[in-house]
Write a protein that binds this ligand. Structure first.
Ligand code: 0L1
Ligand code: MG
Length: 267
């Protein structure tokens, strides 16, 4: 990954400050490649790593990671051709059934995901679906609230990666289940907004099997000399497309075998 870096250290810090400002004060910014057209995905991860370093220095606790852009539908929707990863901190977690504020978000959208909790560490390269299953303690249903900070949703993969894969909030809930008790490829999910079904899908939409997304994430982490420690919470990517939410919306994600995850959105 380091071999494909084009940005100088001062540019990485500058772009990180730009992203951090947009995330913490909730305003939209132009995609980063408008100013740095040669920016690579490796540059995007360098900005993301700097953001993670800063948040941890400010007292945020790293709780896990997320795979993003893991379904063909999502890649097409966003005009990209490879998945991405992002980090998750305690400040992004929201309890089930809670009221989630939108005044500190730019373009909030929700998507349904299967999350994995690890009992053993996972390291790449060469992490496989089998390795993921062997390291998984249990799976839980989750809703990710993504929030691209880029104006008019105009972005490319390098910019999205720098913006931590649009990570903003997440809610885990429902029923925790052992992975070996489930067919993780065929789990159905229905997303309801204000009592209406707005999206549906099956877990195989995530790279054919959500464990593939976790293995992909571990192998990308290995390129950055990072790994997933035991206890990590890892979201495998949207099964459904992302659906926009605004104050007053009630959202329920109903997962086959895993129960449901609910929240409401307020100003
Ligand atoms: O979680 C994800 O799939 C990341 C999506 C990044 C692009 C977007 O904001 O839709
Ligand atoms: Mg997601």
């Amino acid at each position: 990954m380091k071999a494909n870096l084009t940005l100088a250290r001062e540019d990485i810090v500058r772009l990180c400050e730009r992203v951090e400002g947009a995330q913490t004060r909730a305003y939209a910014i132009p995609k980063l490649t408008d100013e740095y057209p040669a920016m690579t995905i490796a540059d995007g991860y360098a900005v993301q790593s700097e953001l993670r370093r800063r948040f941890i220095a400010q007292g945020h606790r790293l709780v896990g990671w997320k795979a993003g852009l893991t379904s063909k539908a999502k890649m097409q929707q966003m005009g990209v051709d490879v998945p991405s990863i992002g980090f998750l901190t305690d400040r992004m977690a929201r309890p089930e059934n809670s009221a989630i504020s939108t005044c500190d978000l730019v373009h909030p959208r929700v998507e349904c995901e299967v999350a994995f909790v690890l009992k053993k560490e996972l390291r790449g390269p060469g992490c496989s679906r089998e390795d993921v299953l062997a390291a998984t303690d249990y799976v839980v249903p989750a809703v990710e609230i993504i929030d691209s900070r880029f104006s008019g949703f105009k972005f490319d993969l390098a910019s999205v990666v720098a913006d931590n894969g649009s990570s903003a909030r997440f809610v885990a809930g429902g029923r925790a289940r052992y992975a070996e008790e489930l067919d993780l490829r065929t789990l159905g999910v229905v997303l309801e907004k204000n009592g209406e079904m707005v999206a549906m899908g099956a877990s195989g939409a995530v790279l054919g099997h959500p464990t593939e997304a976790i293995a992909m994430l571990v192998n990308i982490l290995a390129e950055m000399d990072e790994h997933l420690p035991a206890g990590s919470f890892v979201m495998s990517g949207g099964i459904t497309e992302a659906v926009a939410v605004k104050p007053g919306d009630n959202v329920v994600a109903r997962f086959q075998e895993l129960g449901s995850v609910s929240m409401r959105f307020v100003e």
